[in-house]
Design a binder for this molecule. Structure first.
Ligand code: I3P
Length: 126
């Protein structure tokens, strides 16, 4: 069976660690719970891993799946009013999932914001 995904899905644009809190699922509010996540951005999606990159790679054999976020039609915006933390932005998906992402280091947050915004804007033009 052919399990090779399309090439574009394999193209990782950015990866690294950020603080993440999922605050809504399908439009339903969730209790905010910040945790470190290893985040992988490719052209159409973001994957959130609960564990470190190293752990995630070794878990792949056991079929531990990351949370996958479809960027098609998604929105990204700064969300100063949603947290007492600094450098917080929000991603909202078409399916009504809402994620806050944050880092205390401003340039890291800015890099992520622009990388994700570019990915979303490119999908909108297509
Ligand atoms: C929340 C927790 C979050 C905080 C949130 C609290 O309490 O302290 O860190 O968000 O504030 O409600 P709990 O753990 O009891 O759920 P920030 O760190 O982003 O401020 P909020 O309710 O004002 O969102």
């Amino acid at each position: 069976k052919d399990i090779i995904p399309p090439l574009e899905q394999l193209m990782v644009e950015k990866e690294g660690y950020l603080q993440k809190a999922k605050i809504a699922d399908g439009g339903k509010k969730l209790r905010k719970n910040w945790a470190t996540s290893w985040i992988v951005l490719s052209s159409r999606k973001i994957e959130f891993y609960k564990e470190s990159k190293q752990q995630a790679l070794s878990n792949m054999k056991t079929g531990n799946k990351p949370e996958s976020v479809d960027l098609c039609g998604a929105h990204i915006e700064w969300a100063k009013e949603k947290s007492s933390r600094k450098n917080v932005f929000q991603i909202t998906t078409v399916s009504g999932n809402e994620f806050l992402l944050q880092s205390d280091i401003e340039f890291i947050t800015l890099d992520w914001f622009h990388a994700i915004k570019n990915a979303i804007d490119r999908l909108t033009v297509l």
